[in-house]
Every structure is written in structure tokens, then in C-alpha cells.
Design a protein around this ligand. Structure first.
Ligand SMILES: *[C@@H]1O[C@H](CO)[C@@H](O)[C@H](O)[C@H]1NC(C)=O
Length: 122
């Protein structure tokens, strides 16, 4: 009896947890990528369909639109932090790429302006 109860709890806990993106790439060293244009630009070009995609770039690109639309609802904590760091970096240091990205993934400017307001002040 007790075991069945426990099992139900586990099932409920697992199914209640929102679906998340894979954390397979969560230990990518963002500081390193953001401090090195040679590493960063290929990711940006991949997401803009202007260059080849690495496996992690492909994963990133496949979720970018949805993550933007639901404010990273399925992101792990480290992905949420990472997203903010990347967007903040792009806004401050690569405004042209940021413009291209927001034009591609948010043509009506519905989401980008919220991020910009929030992240410009960081
Ligand atoms: C990430 O990269 C930075 C800059 O190259 C380096 O200083 C730091 O130690 C690295 N962090 C990890 C966890 O590898």
C-alpha cells in the first residue's frame, strides 16, 4: 500500500515538472565564448542561417524562437542565466547582430523590447 502511494507521488512529481530543454550543453563555457569573437560569431551566424551550425548551435537554434516567446519557460536555470548574459552581451557589444537576430526571430518586436529594457539597465 505504502509503495503504491509512493509510486503515485513520484509519477505526479515527474509529470508535473515542466518539460525542459536538454542540459547536455549546459557546461559550455559562456565566458570563454563571449570573450572570444572567433567562438561567438559562428553561433550567431548559425542562428541567422548565415553559417554552419555545430551540434550545440543547432540545438540552440531549434529552441530560440520558442524560448523568446515564452521567456525561457523550459530553460534550465543555467540556460536562463546564459540567455540573459548572451542577450545582454549582444545588445551592448554586437548591436548589429542583435538587430539581425531580433528581426529574424521577433519581426514584430514583441519580445525583444522587453529584454532590451530589462537588460540595458544591467
Ligand atoms: C571559462 O573560460 C574563461 C575564459 O577563458 C576561464 O577564465 C574560466 O576558467 C573558464 N571556466 C571554466 C569553468 O572552464
Amino acid at each position: 500500500m505504502k509503495a503504491i502511494f509512493l509510486l503515485c507521488l513520484v509519477v505526479a512529481a515527474v509529470s508535473a515538472r515542466p518539460q525542459q530543454y536538454t542540459n547536455k550543453y549546459d557546461n559550455v563555457n559562456l565566458s570563454e565564448i563571449l570573450s572570444n569573437k572567433r567562438l561567438l560569431i559562428p553561433y550567431v551566424k548559425c542562428t541567422l542561417d548565415q553559417g554552419k551550425c555545430s551540434p550545440d548551435g543547432k540545438e540552440l537554434k531549434s529552441h530560440i524562437k520558442e524560448a523568446l516567446e515564452n521567456y525561457c519557460a523550459k530553460c534550465t536555470n543555467s540556460q536562463r542565466d546564459g540567455t540573459r548574459r548572451v542577450i545582454s552581451y549582444l545588445i551592448h557589444n554586437e548591436p548589429d547582430y542583435w538587430k539581425q537576430l531580433s528581426k529574424k526571430y521577433d519581426p514584430q518586436g514583441k519580445y525583444a523590447s522587453k529584454y532590451e529594457r530589462e537588460l540595458r539597465s544591467l
